[in-house]
Design a binder for this molecule. Sequence first.
Ligand code: SF4
Length: 160
Amino acid sequence: MILVSACLAGIKCCYNGENALSSHIESLVRKKSAIPVCPEQIGGLSTPREPAEIVGGDGRDVLEGRARVLTRSGEDVTGQYIRGAEEVLKIAKMVGAKKVILKRNSPACGFNEIYHEGRLVNGNGVCSALLIKHEIEVEASGFQNSDVTNFLKAHASRGY
Ligand code: SF4
């Protein structure tokens, strides 16, 4: 069993109330090979919600108290991001998941690259960082070609 970002499975949990459907990921869930999770929602954030970014580092820095997650208007949502990551870790342990496939570039799910002030920088999202710390393999998922245009339109103002 693996965990996947819920938005990739077609769940409308993105900050703007949309999804980021990947038919490959959806099919894994339909075959009961994967469980969809959304750390931002599980952490207590509503949908739709104001977009947020990590300020002062990446997800590991957030977990170690050196960086924060702020919404575009400056609200500090660090606590919700940490709580969401911890709950996803709990689910992973509960089902024995050794691997997760998470959506690229998100401040929660991003792996290797996250957005900062409209551009990609090296680093992991908060949830990815916590899972990696607990030796769960993280893989980043993009989109199939047919999904790219819709994704770029929907996320033009946000960046992820
Ligand atoms: S990228 Fe992660 S946190 Fe963002 S909507 Fe998708 S599952 Fe939720």
